[in-house]
Design a protein around this ligand. Structure first.
Ligand SMILES: Cc1cc2nc3c(=O)[nH]c(=O)nc-3n(C[C@H](O)[C@H](O)[C@H](O)COP(=O)(O)OP(=O)(O)OC[C@H]3O[C@@H](n4cnc5c(N)ncnc54)[C@H](O)[C@@H]3O)c2cc1C
Length: 481
């Protein structure tokens, strides 16, 4: 056990959902076992939350980044409960199960079953035949890395990869399907191939299993679980832990470096330093690389190799009564080959009707991503022009929006490109060699809120283990990326 006279000293660097969830978990466990010590969260900006924040303006709840999480992760449900937020949970409207892809000049609803998929107009007849051929495609036995696009082409054909996988990857990672690693982003898909011999075979086996156990599962139209938020927007999920942990949080404290000597860590700030027994790095990998480079150059190189995509969220509002069309569903994604600059659009007031004050249509168009690095160079006017164009083309809404808000996310979403697993393994090896050091957050094992929370719950017991605290292992997780 390494602790000074005032007990153990633990620092969490970064106050996004991953850092806050880790700090909350640490505090709860420390209290539960009466572990004396100090817990500090250092956040560089004047407000915690990172990407997970909501603006509330004139009755609109405007999520800056994420708009919710899927209800299939037990640890997220547990955190909601531990924060006392269960009564504030909001499930997405039933209409949100209708998801669309805009391709070849029109919106196509994503079919809810393989049978409906074959009848839909999303793929051409020969592309559908190729999809059916997946059943007979042999598994690839080796564990070499492979892009999502190559995996899709190999098992389901190019038409499926370009029409279905490409927009799905835009929707989750704002990423390039030809660059992201399948085992790093969708490890379950790869294991379906390895364990069952193919995706269809795995789906059939899983359906049988679900029938037997009476559980709910995902289908071709989307993953399992229901999109869920909190009253007032997903930002509550960082506001509440930040309030709960207020005495531990140091805002406007950018950490610039980390060193280690005599088994203790020193965090460096502008003109100051603090010593700790354990440090959890909950900042994006590019920031972590800069912080650890002094004492772990090899890990810093690996962390620095994790790329990020800039994204821009534009919220735009219309008077529903004066519109020629009434969108009803979750929203639409757009394959890159269709040549439209927006990645997609969420029909927010259909998903969460309480996020608008009246009968307005609130849309959230997502721009940027790995394929559009120039997006941050656009002025507000240029961004709004792109959004107006996209809304006219895809939804037939030609009138100007009543109100707009723009949220820019520089390095918004980590890109798990080929070699990602190896890069994360270098960081993990460093943590094995240096007890008390951990990396959590969206840069490593999954970009979703669910994954960040799972990371937090996995890391907290490991950190406390250093002080002789024995915490029960966490249960199996969901299969969200
Ligand atoms: C536009 C967009 C839409 C998304 N939609 C969804 C969605 O619908 N559902 C979903 O599950 N996920 C979604 N995501 C992903 C999800 O929001 C993020 O992966 C998640 O919020 C990341 O949390 P984090 O704590 O790892 O990092 P962050 O939120 O980036 O937090 C990191 C924190 O570290 C701080 N920091 C950085 N450097 C330093 C430093 N040197 N010292 C101190 N502090 C520092 C930052 O200020 C920040 O507060 C979306 C992301 C974006 C950008």
């Amino acid at each position: 056990m390494s602790s000074n006279s005032t007990g153990c000293r633990i620092a969490v660097v970064g106050g996004g959902i991953a850092g806050l969830a880790t700090a909350f978990r640490l505090r709860e466990e420390m209290r539960a076992v009466d572990l004396p010590g100090e817990l500090v969260v250092y956040e560089e900006s004047d407000v915690c939350g990172g990407a997970t924040r909501t603006e509330r303006i004139d009755g609109f709840a405007l999520d800056r980044g994420p708009n919710g999480w899927l209800s299939n992760e037990p640890l997220t449900a547990r955190l909601v409960g531990e924060l006392g937020l269960t009564g504030e949970l909001v499930r997405s409207n039933d209409a949100a199960c209708h998801r669309f892809i805009y391709t070849r000049g029109k919106l196509h609803e994503l079919p809810a079953s393989p049978g409906k998929f074959l009848l839909s107009g999303l793929l051409r007849p020969w592309e559908k035949l190729r999809v059916v051929g997946e059943f007979f495609t042999r598994r690839r036995p080796d564990d070499d890395d492979e892009t999502i696009y190559d995996f899709g082409c190999r098992r389901l054909g190019r038409g499926f990869a370009e029409t279905m996988l490409d927009p799905m990857v835009s929707g989750i990672f704002a990423g390039n399907v030809r660059e992201l690693s399948l085992p790093a982003t969708f490890p379950k898909m790869r294991s379906m191939e390895l364990e069952y011999g193919g995706l269809f075979k795995a789906l059939i086996a899983k359906k049988r299993e679900q029938k037997r156990s009476g559980g709910e599962g995902g289908g071709p139209a989307g993953p399992s679980g229901v999109l869920t938020t909190l009253e007032g927007g997903v930002g509550r999920f960082t506001e509440v832990p930040a309030e709960t942990l207020a005495e531990h949080i140091r805002n406007n404290h950018p950490v610039s470096g980390l060193t280690r000597d005599d088994g203790e860590f020193t965090l460096w700030f502008d003109g100051a330093k603090e010593r700790f027994d354990a440090v959890v790095m909950a900042v994006p990998a590019h920031a972590a690389a800069g912080i650890v480079k002094g004492f772990a150059p090899e890990a810093a190189d690996a962390l620095g190799g994790i790329g990020f995509a800039d994204t821009v969220v534009v919220c735009h509002v219309y008077d529903s009564d004066s519109l020629p069309v009434q969108p009803d569903g979750f929203g639409h994604l757009i394959p890159r080959r269709d040549g439209i600059r927006a990645l997609g659009c969420l029909w927010t007031s259909c998903i969460f009707p309480d996020q608008v004050p009246g009968n307005e249509l609130l849309l959230r168009t997502i721009l940027g991503g790995a394929g559009d690095p120039g997006i941050m160079g656009l002025s507000d006017e240029e961004l709004l022009a792109v959004v107006r164009d996209n809304t006219a083309t895809t939804l037939g809404i030609h009138c100007p929006p009543l109100r707009t808000w723009i949220f820019r996310h520089r390095c918004g979403i980590a890109q798990y490109t080929l070699g990602h697993r190896e890069r994360v393994a270098v960081a993990d090896k460093l943590c094995d060699e240096v007890p008390g050091l951990a990396f959590v957050g969206a840069s490593y094992r999954g970009v979703s809120l669910n994954r960040c929370i799972r990371d937090a719950y996995t890391v907290a017991p490991r950190v406390l283990g250093r002080f002789g605290v024995d915490v029960a292992p966490i249960p199996e997780g969901a299969d969200t990326p």
